[in-house]
Design a binder for this molecule. Structure first.
Ligand SMILES: *Cc1c(COP(=O)(O)O)cnc(C)c1O
Length: 451
């Protein structure tokens, strides 16, 4: 199917008609054909949310093999934040691919890797001296941040939080909180990982300083600061439910880390790159992390990830201790430089804020008449709605799943998240227009009313 379908498919990018268009049921016959082949050829553990065969995407739409055009409120999980097939990114990829696709940076270095490192050193929070190292995936960046922190401190323990998500490799599964689907049956997990409560204002009712004190007391009593290499936290927790910590929580944890020689790692893999209405979410809380992990939105859809942080920590490893065959691939680096240019020159940080304001206003209005909306939260274009039973406050995963499913059937891609599976998250590409965004939100509102 692929060659045929792609030959007749529209070209992706912002020139795709920015419209919701359903010409078959979802999935249509050509999508069903692909899904049947997937079921036979692809391991069952690899799931999918939207049952379509994608042939093009751009701006705020995804087009499938049957000619349906879906509104994209997920950006491939906060990856195509500049829009899928952004023209600058496409051009940079094509130009670099024609020059060379790989040398291995550890064999013969090249300019674009260094330029990405320079950009990350400049853009991440804090004006101290910074260095970066590049990898392929968010999980790999997190693994390397932990390696670096351990080498720098000479300590082994790492603290992660309730509701955390840091990836699917062995070490990052250990850091991730949720058993299903991420960990169940996949152990044993890496050792010296400890979990403490996070700040979840809707469900714990604690102020930021109180939530921080609760976590710090556990760390001091059960682990001991002298044994602790790093604390890793997502400034706004992603898969865990787009949980925004109470004011004062992150600064208190970061200050404790500094006072105790513990490396404070902000995992900004999901929250980074203009997504939250700031270049990095740490800025929203006035926190300057020692190390920042990035991936997802970094390269307009190409696989790239990074650890960026204080030069003296980043330099802890002996030469040859960090790297990987593909880390900082030149095509991915060229894409990253183009995406970063788009973030900086196309007003996308401000656009994220506008998109967030629009989503927040819409669901805050709905909340006034629909008590099942327990909370509307987030920052910029990283917004979420948590659903709960109005009488008991119990998480309502069934409603959440039904609404998401109904949206997809109506041609709007929405993703769910949350430890309790009761959160719908919105991560639209920042190049989506207001009209299309509003139409997408109309569909979500209608799905909610019908369920
Ligand atoms: C997605 C994610 C990861 C893992 O990234 P991969 O590229 O899937 O390995 C790590 N941390 C956070 C916060 C994420 O959202």
């Amino acid at each position: 199917m692929t060659a045929d379908t792609l030959a007749t498919a529209p070209v992706g990018g912002p020139s795709l008609p920015q419209e919701r268009r359903l010409v078959t049921a979802i999935p249509g016959p050509r999508s069903q054909e692909l899904l049947a082949r997937k079921a036979v050829a692809v391991a069952a553990g690899v799931g999918h949310t939207v049952p379509v065969a994608t042939v093009a995407a751009g701006g705020g739409v995804i087009v499938d093999a049957d000619g349906n055009s879906l509104i994209d409120l997920g950006s491939g999980i906060a990856v195509t934040t500049v829009g899928a097939a952004h023209p600058k990114v496409v051009e940079a990829i094509a130009a670099q691919a024609a020059q060379f696709t790989h040398t291995c940076f550890m064999i013969s270095p090249y300019d674009s890797y260094v330029a990405v490192a320079e950009a990350l050193n400049r853009l991440t929070p804090g004006d101290h001296e910074k260095k970066s190292a590049l990898f392929n995936s968010g999980a790999e960046a997190v693994e390397n941040a932990v390696k670096i922190a351990r080498k720098h401190t000479g300590r082994q323990a790492v603290v992660a939080f309730d509701h955390a998500y840091h990836g699917r490799t062995n070490l990052t599964m250990a850091l991730t909180a949720k058993a299903m689907p991420y960990k169940s049956g996949f152990g044993p997990f890496a050792s010296e990982i400890y979990r403490v409560p996070a700040s979840y204002p809707l469900r714990d009712g604690l102020t930021g300083p109180d939530a921080a004190a609760r976590a710090i007391t556990l760390i001091e009593k059960q682990i001991g600061a002298d044994n602790l290499a790093a604390v890793i936290i997502e400034p706004i927790q992603g898969e865990g439910g787009f949980i925004v910590p109470a004011d004062g929580f992150l600064p208190a944890v970061a200050e404790w880390c500094t006072a105790n020689g513990v490396v404070f790692i902000a995992d900004e893999v999901q929250s980074g790159f203009a997504r939250t209405g700031a270049m990095f979410a740490s800025e929203l809380f006035g926190v300057v992390p020692d190390l920042v992990t990035t991936a997802k939105g970094i390269a307009g859809g190409m696989p790239l990830a990074a650890v960026t942080g204080r030069a003296e920590i980043m330099d802890a490893s002996h030469t040859g201790g960090l790297g990987g065959t593909y880390g900082g691939n030149p095509v991915a680096c060229a894409a990253a430089l183009a995406a970063i240019d788009a973030y900086e020159t196309e007003g996308l940080v401000e656009r994220a804020q506008q998109i967030g304001d629009r989503i927040r206003a819409r669901f805050t209005d709905l909340q006034a008449t629909d008590a099942r909306i327990a909370e509307v939260r987030g920052a910029g274009a990283m917004m979420a709605v948590e659903f709960a039973d109005p009488a008991t406050g119990a998480p309502d995963a069934a409603l959440t799943g039904a609404v998401a499913k109904a949206c997809i059937a109506e041609g709007v891609v929405v993703l769910t998240c949350g430890t309790f599976g009761n959160v719908i998250r919105f991560l639209p590409p920042l190049t989506i227009g207001d009209a299309l965004l509003d139409e997408g939100l109309d569909v979500v509102a209608a799905a909610l009313a019908a369920n």
